[in-house]
Design a protein around this ligand. Structure first.
Ligand SMILES: [Zn+2]
Length: 278
């Protein structure tokens, strides 16, 4: 059993939503409820909680209800998971978590500055007991037992800067902060018109994403040569956090994305024989 935690002080952040293109403020407030509660202050203070049945994906991971949605949760949720923050009120005056610089580092810095503290509530780990795989065409998520939380991610892009990239690691707060959180989201310039036609990437820019044309990166230097696959690890951590517990298992993903991460989560929730609380 591990302690649940909240933050010590309020945190205010603001910025543009990468998909909505709108400016948004978020105010994180300490809480002793033992839950992460999102409150849409621009929609009559409607509250949303992270029920996996209310999560959908469309180029980001978002939560939806009758009244409203909040999109691009994944980088923010990855940081809460890694800092073991399970008790928080997130007031937000728009429908998207700000993209900041495209990475999770601004959220990391804000939480390091505010500090965390335990609340008098405990949580159980989820331990994977049996291996399984979820496939869709050539994308795979495979999960197997492991005494630690490990991620192996591989991607293949028909692009000279990305090509094949793979990273494998035991995930802990130290290596998350230095190796994963700074990795930015990325996109191909040629995909932008189609995304914008769908109402996506309206706030995307050279300042909040790695942007590639046919030849290479046009948004400045990479933070790591394999920043692309490191960002996929960040996305996977954020999505897996929807299980609501610290994880003991090895999660391997190949050419996957939010939609397949979510399928693996639903498989686990529907298949209690594959895991147990410890
Ligand atoms: Zn991402």
């Amino acid at each position: 059993m591990k302690d649940k935690n909240t933050i010590q002080k309020e945190i205010h952040l603001s910025g543009i939503g990468i998909h909505s293109g709108k400016n948004v403020d978020i105010l994180l407030k300490p809480s002793s409820s033992g839950e992460i509660i999102f409150r849409r202050t621009d929609v009559g203070n409607v509250e949303l909680t992270l029920d996996p049945n209310k999560i959908e994906t469309r180029n980001s991971t978002y939560i939806t209800s009758k009244e409203c949605k909040i999109q691009t949760l994944e980088h923010f949720l990855a940081v809460l998971y890694m800092f073991s923050i399970d008790s928080l009120i997130v007031e937000i005056n728009g429908d998207e978590i700000p993209i900041m610089d495209g990475s999770a580092s601004p959220f990391v810095q804000a939480i390091l500055k505010a500090g965390t503290k335990q609340i008098p509530e405990k949580k159980k780990d989820i331990k994977i007991l049996k291996p399984f795989s979820i496939r869709e065409k050539d994308a795979v998520v495979s999960v197997s037992p492991d005494p630690e939380f490990k991620i192996t991610y591989s991607i293949e892009y028909d692009h000279p800067t990305i090509q094949k990239q793979k990273v494998s690691m035991s995930v802990n707060l130290d290596n998350f902060v230095t190796e994963i959180a700074p990795a930015r989201t990325f996109g191909l310039l040629k995909d932008v018109p189609a995304l914008r036609d769908m109402g996506l990437a309206l706030g995307g820019s050279l300042d909040n994403a790695i942007v590639l044309d046919e030849k290479g990166v046009i948004s400045g230097p990479l933070r790591y040569p394999d920043e692309f696959v490191r960002h996929k690890v960040l996305d996977l951590i954020g999505d897996l956090s929807l299980l609501g517990s610290p994880l003991m298992g090895h999660f391997k993903a190949h050419k996957a994305g939010h939609w397949l991460h979510l399928k693996a989560i639903h498989f686990l929730l529907d298949s209690p024989e594959f895991w147990s609380y410890v």
